[in-house]
Write a protein that binds this ligand. Sequence first.
Ligand code: ZN
Length: 472
Amino acid sequence: MITTVLIIQSIETMPNIKIYNSISRKKEDFLPLDPQNVRMYVCGPTVYDRAHLGNARPVVVFDTLFRLLIEEYGEDSVTYVRNFTDIDDKINLRAKSLGIKISEITDQTIDWFMEDMGHLNSLVPSVMPRATQFVDKMIQMIEGLIKTKNAYFNEGHVLFRVRSYEHYGSLSGRSLDDMIAGARVEVAPFKEDPLDFVLWKPSTDDLPGWESPWGRGRPGWHIECSAMAKELLGGSFDIHCGGSDLKFPHHENEIAQSNCAHPNESFATYWMHNEMLKVNGKKMSKSLSNFYTVNDLLQCNISGEVIRFILLNTHYRKPLDWTENRVNDAKNILKKWRSQTLNVNPGVVDRRVIEALSDDLNTVAAISVLHKIFNQRDYSTLLASARFIGLLAETSINEEENEFDRKILDKVLVILSDKRLTALEEKNYEDVDIYKSRIIKTGIDVQISKDTIKLVPNSSFDRVALRGLVDE
Ligand SMILES: [Zn+2]
């Protein structure tokens, strides 16, 4: 009897999700530290300008991971932290050049970010800390690192002593010499070693600053994530995510300072990195005029859903090339899917979609399952499965329907105007009056003045009846 129970339990606890762990460079079974409390951290944006396509990729990719973890462990058992970096020299510079307050820039940018990412149908993370809310925790962590001689104070700066951490470079697979040769290491007179990085730096009066044991100053970038992850997820948590451009130095530095500050904790067990995004085969850059913000695309009639589809239709560990062909393909596919699911209730999510995502977030395989389901004409399964990865969402249906209705309203308006002109010429109002009363019956108020006609849907608006007004 006991044996049977044990067998059942071992099947139930078998790991279902596999993740490519950047630190071991292998696909591994995902075994959370505590299945009741699965924790993930994603490095969020530095908030000084509109989010571009490159910023959107990790948001959509790791939103899909979040959805999968919720499916597997339950909504109350997953915590997703994504920060806002609202202390940064780029923000300070931008505020100065625009002559406005720093908080105005950061507040506005955070609002934009939430709005744009909402259009991509990404779920709101469990916690979205701002760096400015955790400066005291950063100071505490830096004090600890100085005590253990992993950091030192020099000329107003506190620096992390990279050579004090023997595993430095293990994530990015670089040797210390390679890193010194890399252009991203800044040589400065207050550094013992060019590799050492800033934990704290002095602020002049015109810059944001906090009182600290080292005078008025502000934290360096890397310490932010270490301090916020520790506070919100604990010293040991499950998954740390971000773009592959963050591996070095940002994540390498996070690992070094967190492991030195909390030697009995493990920081993140799994590291996931999404590859970079190009536009027409080239790196996105303002000078090449191929730089797109999410908002630019939304304004150009490319819906958030189309953007999400394209971002998911390349595996996250492969470079993504954004092209006009892909935009058109995505538009056509989604239009086709939507046209068949308009009046369908969602069924059950196809197991194959969940299995594809469980294999290191294979969103490409998940989308190919959606194509198969479409071809099998199982539209209720299609709807449920597409919604599982954030596509064919209800809100977008409304947006699309509204747009469709607007176009029909325009047509009705043209027909009504023509009929009215003819009536005025022929002094025979019978035809126009009949058409007008048909419009009113569909729940639309017809407001005719001397030189304008307005059609305003009211509370008894019937969109199906409206469509009948142009089908003749
Ligand atoms: Zn970070």
